[in-house]
Design a protein around this ligand. Structure first.
Ligand SMILES: [Zn+2]
Length: 254
């Protein structure tokens, strides 16, 4: 079976992620940690600033939608994590986040993701504030977490590196409109997931208080394909009093 994959337009959503508690998104364990912490955060190699990888944010949003819609955890996501993936083009999870059920895609039924989640970088204001803080680690703080060894019950203190509460990151999420009938529902799911993540946790140590974040959508633009092909102006979605899906709705005709 082959399918066409129309590209009708793009919705570009820009906003801010504010850390309400310390945030820990781990870097590679093999990377040399600055300051001898046990668990370091991931950093942009060019600026040395911590950032939120788009893949981390997207993965978290996907798992929340899988659970909120009670999808089957039919796949092994590695590290013992079960996840959902199917090739049903009407599946709200897989059409939004993608599915590659068949590695070779011989049947042409894999679902490419409609979402692009960019890496979210520390904003300049937060970077300037964090540069003022004297400490062992640039832009971050150290937190000692007193884990208990579950077998021996011995205390096992670990040094966890976190981005401090109050830090802000700029995020950008891009949604490809491929199906006019599904677009508004997809965007409303995305918006619901941002709200759901505010009551969940991003990154590591959520049950120990890390990773409480809030999302503020600053603007959403709709660029119909005519924008790219014929120079049509981008349209700003009216978010005041409307969900993202409702705000897109009037632009989907034609
Ligand atoms: Zn699915």
């Amino acid at each position: 079976m082959t399918r066409t994959r129309p590209l009708i337009g793009k919705v570009i959503i820009d906003g801010n992620i504010l850390c309400k508690t310390g945030l820990h998104i781990g870097g590679s364990e093999s990377a040399l940690a600055i300051g001898g912490v046990d668990s370091a955060v991931i950093r942009d190699p060019l600026t040395g600033r911590p950032y939120i990888p788009g893949s981390s944010l997207k993965g978290k949003l996907r798992s929340l939608l899988e659970r909120a819609l009670e999808k089957d955890f039919n796949r092994n996501g590695g590290s013992g994590i079960r996840r959902h993936e199917c090739n049903d083009p009407s599946c709200p999870v897989c059409r939004l986040f993608g599915a590659s059920v068949d590695a070779q895609d011989v049947n042409g039924c894999n679902l490419p993701s409609r979402l692009i989640v960019r890496d979210a970088f520390l904003n300049d204001e937060s970077a300037a504030e964090l540069e003022e803080i004297e400490g062992n680690l640039p832009y971050t703080e150290e937190k000692t977490e007193n884990g208990l060894d579950r077998v021996t019950c011995a205390a096992n203190p670990r040094q966890i590196e976190r981005v401090p509460a109050g830090a802000g990151f700029d995020f950008q999420i891009i949604y490809s409109v491929e199906d006019r009938d599904q677009a508004a529902e997809d965007l409303d799911h995305l918006e619901a997931l941002l709200r759901l993540l505010e009551d969940d946790a991003l990154g590591g140590g959520g049950s120990r208080g890390n990773g409480r974040v809030t999302f503020t959508v600053k603007q959403a633009l709709y660029r119909h394909r005519k924008h790219y092909l014929q120079g049509e102006e981008a349209r700003r979605l009216e978010l005041e009093g409307h969900s993202l899906g409702e705000a897109l709705q009037p632009h989907l005709k034609g």
